[in-house]
Design a protein around this ligand. Structure first.
Ligand code: NI
Length: 129
């Protein structure tokens, strides 16, 4: 049984964001249909990466986020907007100011895609909040 079903209380997203400060390390808040709902605080530039097999949903909770692409126009997202990066598409998230995002993606999705860097967090080290 998933943790979400075991703990069916409503989740207040804004309150969850108050539980952590680190940038670029997502926290898991729910699991359903083999997907995770994750929260992350972003600031600055991440790294170019692609998720070979998974589409990635970004929902902007606070601030704004630019998604840079190699094969299409950049996308500027502001609070309340969402965007789905298709599987296999190279993307570079850039947040000029602190940005809060909610991500929904398959549990198998690795946040730096097929790119391994010092900023990659191992799948088993992902934290629930
Ligand atoms: Ni990504």
């Amino acid at each position: 049984m998933s943790k979400t079903v075991m703990n069916p209380d409503p989740k207040r997203i804004i309150t969850k964001f108050e539980l952590f400060d680190e940038y670029w390390t997502h926290k898991i808040i729910a699991e359903f249909n083999n997907q995770y709902v994750k929260l992350a605080k972003l600031k600055g530039k991440f790294i170019w990466h692609a998720h070979e097999h998974e589409d990635e949903l970004f929902y902007i909770v606070k601030g704004s986020l630019m998604l840079k692409f190699r094969d299409r126009n950049d996308v500027n997202l502001t609070e309340g907007e969402m965007y789905i990066v298709p599987a296999g598409v190279d993307h570079l998230p850039v947040a000029k100011e602190e940005c809060w995002v909610m991500l929904i993606e398959p549990k198998s999705t690795f946040h730096t895609g097929s790119t391994q860097t010092g900023r990659s967090v191992k799948t088993e080290d992902q934290e629930w909040i």
